[in-house]
Write a protein that binds this ligand. Structure first.
Ligand SMILES: *[C@@H]1O[C@H](CO)[C@@H](O)[C@H](O)[C@H]1NC(C)=O
Length: 332
């Protein structure tokens, strides 16, 4: 990186010697102590047209769909009503705080199981969908057994998935609109029943100008620095899924002010899509439509709850790699 003579350092070379690595510092923690005062309940019509009635905080609490009694944040769905008039009751919550870049570490002990009719998701989304982007960190439908990780953006954003785990497949490189760009994963412990069988684990999402990457660590394999104030993804190995902007795409132009969201919906545009339902042998054997199944089988959804131990957000801090050069306010 130095010039061959070693006498004249160009500005470029000078900057190269001050190359910095990304580190992270803890900025926000959500857990039983503050979760329900930091997330708002969404009670509008489900934008994905699910057979669901998203209830408000008081209703959720009085029906015991939400709770903090177990020491983690519980968000469940109704499992008592047959033929609920407005759809099965559930909750969808959105963080009041919105984010630009960061590392988000979610310790989750349980998620809705791999059950016909359910469509659970843990995700991030910005205003004026899809122009501020959406990052689906945990998502799937029906009897799905491994996670689908997807970006949705406005036109003009495409990706490669170089750096993803070898079992992960990118379905399409263009992230525009409803289809988005999805990576399907192959680990049965990272979603649904398999996830719950091991008491879950940690999902870590890194969002920088350079990439969006998602790691999953089963509970017995969580890196020790995850619980520190300065976790460092560079030591975590290959992510479950990595999205790299391609063809001149810019993450910063397509992702802004994203909020964290948890929800469980039923049927709707994905889980209830006739092709999706009919091509699932297990589900289509139970009922001819998704809605018919969800309406008539409340007990199928006893296990359709999220149990979240914590979500922590970390902001980038520049760590100088040049010996003796402290991070200084005058650095680029
Ligand atoms: C409410 O839900 C919590 C968490 O699932 C559970 O521990 C508790 O027993 C429930 N309470 C009632 C009254 O059902």
């Amino acid at each position: 990186m130095y010039t061959s003579t070693g006498i004249t350092l160009s500005l470029g070379a000078l900057l190269a010697t001050r190359a910095t690595a990304q580190g992270y510092s803890l900025s926000v923690t959500y857990d039983v102590s503050n979760f329900f005062s930091s997330f708002d309940f969404f009670t509008d019509h489900d934008p994905t047209n699910g057979f669901v009635e998203y209830v408000d905080a008081n209703t959720a609490n009085s029906l015991n769909l939400t709770s903090t009694l177990t020491g983690s944040v519980i968000m469940g769905v109704d499992s008592t009503e047959t033929n609920p008039a407005n759809g099965r009751k559930s909750v969808r919550v959105t963080s009041q705080q919105s984010f630009n870049h960061g590392l988000f570490i979610a310790d989750i002990a349980h998620m809705p199981g791999s059950v016909c009719g359910a469509w659970p998701a843990f995700w991030m989304v910005g205003p004026n969908w899809p122009s501020s982007g959406e990052i689906d960190i945990i998502e799937g439908v029906n009897t799905q057994t491994s996670d689908s990780i997807t970006l949705h953006t406005s036109a003009g954003f495409s990706v490669s998935n170089d750096g993803s785990n070898s079992g992960t497949q990118l379905l399409g490189s263009d992230c525009e609109g409803n289809n988005g760009c999805s990576q399907t994963t192959s680990d049965n412990q990272n979603y649904g029943d398999g996830f719950n069988a091991i008491n879950g684990g940690v999902y870590a999402t890194e969002w920088t100008s350079d990439h969006i990457a998602v790691w999953f660590f089963p509970r017995t394999g969580i890196p020790s620095d995850i619980s520190s104030e300065n976790p460092n993804p560079s030591g975590w190995g290959t992510p479950l899924a990595q999205f790299n902007p391609a063809d001149g795409s810019s993450i910063d132009d397509h992702f802004q002010n994203n909020q964290l969201v948890f929800d469980t919906t039923f049927c709707g545009d994905w889980a209830g899509n006739a092709n999706v339902w009919n091509s699932n042998a297990e589900c289509s054997a139970l009922a001819s439509t998704c809605q018919e199944y969800v309406a008539n089988n409340p007990l199928a959804f006893v296990d359709a709850f999220w149990s979240v131990n914590s979500i922590k957000g970390y902001w980038p801090t520049e760590i100088s790699q040049v010996q003796g050069l402290d991070s200084r306010a005058d650095e680029m």
